[in-house]
Design a protein around this ligand. Structure first.
Ligand code: CTP
Length: 409
């Protein structure tokens, strides 16, 4: 395979790594390493500001290619057009507020922004900056513009920033950015089909406290919900993940909020759903909670049987959302965990809950909960029935997004 300059000797996918001028530029060295060690052919395009943090020699040595930094270097090779055109993926990490602004406004004042304008392939931005800069309406508008045009902009992580302060704005770990890029590349040259969409996903299982040391819980691991989050990030969505007691590492690029009980999950879902295009209730929500919470540990008493446990119903979040639809045209997806009469129960549940799609799983001791694989039938309110054969949870997640995308269109 050869590019327009006829000089292509690559074997793996061709990646352009744009580096802009933030302290996190040093983490891009690790990202570069991951790409090259897994067979990608990487051209690094640092901005002038990035070179204040990490020098040209480092990028050249790690990528195995000379580093073009200016539009005027090797002008006879027309680098401002050639680099972008030949890429399978452009990833900008870190993407500063300034680089996001220049990209959103279509400026072409350096080699990186020229490359962004000529790239026909998917583009991933991994922003890193101080919290105030990230939250500023100017930055948020620029991010929304880039997402609307089809870019994948992964949410910054929360943690230690440049100085002593902490907050949102940290560059996600290189391994996580790499993982997002790997998924985007695996989708080929299709531009991200959830770009510009906000999706809310609940995952895990709620816990309903009985006393300070005990709770009623369930066996949901959260893995299917996390697979939905990871795949939605790679398809360009802004992802809000509401995680109920999962203990899993945050998926890169998603905004994660931890919740405990069904009541807390309900509050978080309704808040996040206000501007969501899609809500997926993958969490296993406890249908009941103890009628009373004991502020001290419940003690056994010699010679006495324990008092029966009184329970009350929890709100049905999925049914409430489906009936209320906080945003017009919003799609609501439910999950159904069934042990018997799986399809018949699934159909009845879809009608009862009023959602658009219901992913019906058969569960049991060794089925679905905690495992790496899943199989399901996705039922549609339009009467459709889509079987998804046993496979990785990511594959089921992608199938769910395929069905969502056709319905959003
Ligand atoms: N769900 C919910 N709120 C609840 C219970 C369940 O939002 N209080 C959602 C789950 O997130 C899931 C769907 O409803 O998307 C179905 O969950 P499931 O446990 O299978 O159904 P139940 O409502 O518990 O129905 P049943 O008791 O008949 O199994």
């Amino acid at each position: 395979m050869s590019g327009s300059d006829g000089a292509d000797t690559r074997s793996g996918p061709r990646v352009v790594l744009g580096v802009s001028g933030g302290i996190a530029a040093y983490k891009a060295c690790e990202l570069l390493r991951r790409f090259t060690e897994s067979g990608h052919d990487v051209r690094v395009v640092p901005t002038d500001a990035a070179l204040h943090f990490v020098g040209e020699a480092t990028w050249a040595a790690l990528s195995g290619h000379p580093v073009a930094t200016r539009v005027w270097d090797d002008a006879h090779q027309v680098p401002h057009v050639r680099i972008g055109r030949g890429a399978d993926l452009v990833v900008v990490a870190p993407a500063t507020a300034d680089t996001l602004a220049r990209a959103a406004h279509g400026l072409a004042d350096d080699l990186l922004t020229n490359t962004l304008l000529t790239a026909g392939c998917p583009v991933v931005y991994a922003p890193a900056m101080h919290t105030e800069m990230w939250e500023h309406p100017a930055t948020q508008d620029n991010v929304a513009t880039l997402r609307r045009r089809g870019a994948v902009v992964i949410e910054p992580a929360v943690g230690r920033l440049t100085g002593a302060d902490t907050g949102k704005g940290r560059l996600p770990e290189p391994a996580e950015i790499y993982e997002v890029c790997r998924r985007v590349l695996a989708r080929g040259q299709d531009l991200p089909d959830l770009a510009g969409r906000h999706v809310v996903i609940s995952a895990g299982g709620t816990r309903e406290p009985l006393d300070p040391v005990r709770y009623l819980g369930n066996r949901s691991s959260g893995k299917q919900g996390y697979a939905l989050a990871r795949t939605a990030v790679a398809r360009g969505a802004r992802v809000t993940l509401l995680a109920a007691n999962t203990g899993l590492p945050d998926p890169a690029g998603a905004d994660v909020t931890a919740v405990g009980t069904a009541e807390q999950l309900r509050e978080a879902v309704l808040k996040a759903a206000a501007d969501a295009d899609v809500v997926v209730m993958a969490a296993a929500v406890a249908d009941f909670r103890p009628a009373a919470y004991a502020t001290g540990k419940i003690k056994k008493k010699d010679g006495e049987e324990p008092a029966p446990l009184a329970l009350v119903r929890n709100p049905d979040i999925l049914a409430e959302l489906s009936a209320g639809r906080p945003r017009p045209g919003q799609l609501v997806v439910g999950f159904a965990a069934e042990t018997d009469d799986v399809l018949a129960n699934g159909r009845a549940k879809l009608a009862r809950k009023g959602c658009d799609l219901l992913v019906v799983n058969e569960v049991g001791e060794l089925k679905a909960f905690g495992t790496e694989e899943n199989e399901a039938v996705v039922l549609g309110a339009d009467g459709s029935e889509t079987p998804v054969p046993r496979g990785p949870k990511d594959a089921l997640a992608d199938r769910v997004w395929d069905l969502v995308v056709t319905r959003l269109a």
